[in-house]
Design a protein around this ligand. Sequence first.
Ligand SMILES: Cc1cc2nc3c(=O)[nH]c(=O)nc-3n(C[C@H](O)[C@H](O)[C@H](O)COP(=O)(O)OP(=O)(O)OC[C@H]3O[C@@H](n4cnc5c(N)ncnc54)[C@H](O)[C@@H]3O)c2cc1C
Length: 390
Amino acid sequence: MSNIKSVATLVVGGGIGGLAAALALAQRGRKVHVIERAPEFKEVGAGLQLAPNASRALARLGVLDSVWKTAVFPQQLVWMDAPSGEHVTSLDLGEKFRGLYKHPYIVMHRSDLLEALLQACQANVNISLETNKHVIDVMDLGDAAEARCADGSAYRCELLVGADGLHSVVRSALVGASEPVCSQYVAYRGTIPMDRMSTHAGVDNVMMWTGPNMHLVQYPVRRGELYNQVAVFRTYNYVPGSDDWGTQEELVRRFADACPDVKDALTMIATNRRWPLFDREPIREWTRGRIVLLGDAAHPMLQYLAQGAAQALEDTLALADAVAEHEHDLARALEKYTSVRRPRTARVQHTARIFGEIIHMEPVGAEVRNELLAHRPGDEFSAVNWLYAA
Ligand SMILES: Cc1cc2nc3c(=O)[nH]c(=O)nc-3n(C[C@H](O)[C@H](O)[C@H](O)COP(=O)(O)OP(=O)(O)OC[C@H]3O[C@@H](n4cnc5c(N)ncnc54)[C@H](O)[C@@H]3O)c2cc1C
């Protein structure tokens, strides 16, 4: 029993969601301890798009100044047809967009965002951080919760926040263990120095090239010094439980009918690691007693709306607001938090799946879609307003 450490609030997982949650709660006066499985706080992967709902959250977390030092502010989201190389439609991110949403659309390296959050956590006296702590089980004790780690250590707290991502152990304790849903799509992604991109479709824009069952996204990150690329395609060789699908050879085959700009870009994409893409169905059980979920642990989604991290950031503020409002009644605070966040994130999870189907349409459907989108003005924001204005 002596090996149980007591903390006020325990955050399990030190990714974007976990560090932002620590910050949001600590800024409202709560003592927070973050435990992370990995030896250091680190992000894998490459770029992140952060829509105004995300940059608004970062402003409230007080990290926008440090984020702006490395972020890039694209002028447009440009949708191109990958087979023909023709323009489909754009979304202008300029003056009208900023006037409407008050916060910019930014793109940045994941590790730059994590570093900004980490530095803010390290500077906050209410936050302590620990790595190499792999949580293997959590328990609700009524007016407290407990987390046990693989190294035999344990933590008791009055509030336990599960921010441990797609394969969340905390979530398993609430709803039972289950595998996430495999979309049978896979991503290859990475950044390269900007000067290695001899041709590109625009360093000022986020480019999305779509074709049947595949797409490529490109944008600059880190002050424009690096170019981020994400190639995504559907495998035709999926075997449950196997890793032998979505291979590098398949990547080349699936993009065989793409235009030269896209094929050139693919020659510069990192192929040493592949990311199978998963989500889960929305669940009702985000809390039990003093345990609560946020980010991918609560609502993992396909990345087609570029909203997973944005929704995690929104979660952290909603949670901190609810806890501050009902400081002496945590059950009520968690009820308030889930009632605000569950419907919105479920909508984003579902819409991400639908948008994935729209961008990956087969040729005949894609032709009709492109024709319909061709006449949409770039400064027409009704399709994204529900997402960005919140
Ligand atoms: C290809 C791709 C592109 C994407 N693009 C975007 C985008 O442009 N914009 C956007 O907003 N979102 C995007 N996302 C989604 C975004 O990356 C995630 O939604 C976001 O990172 C989730 O953050 P999180 O903190 O909830 O989870 P995670 O980032 O998964 O962090 C969980 C943390 O918990 C730790 N952990 C896990 N288990 C344990 C344990 N048992 N004990 C202790 N620690 C543990 C992990 O090591 C990790 O540090 C994209 C996702 C993919 C796959």
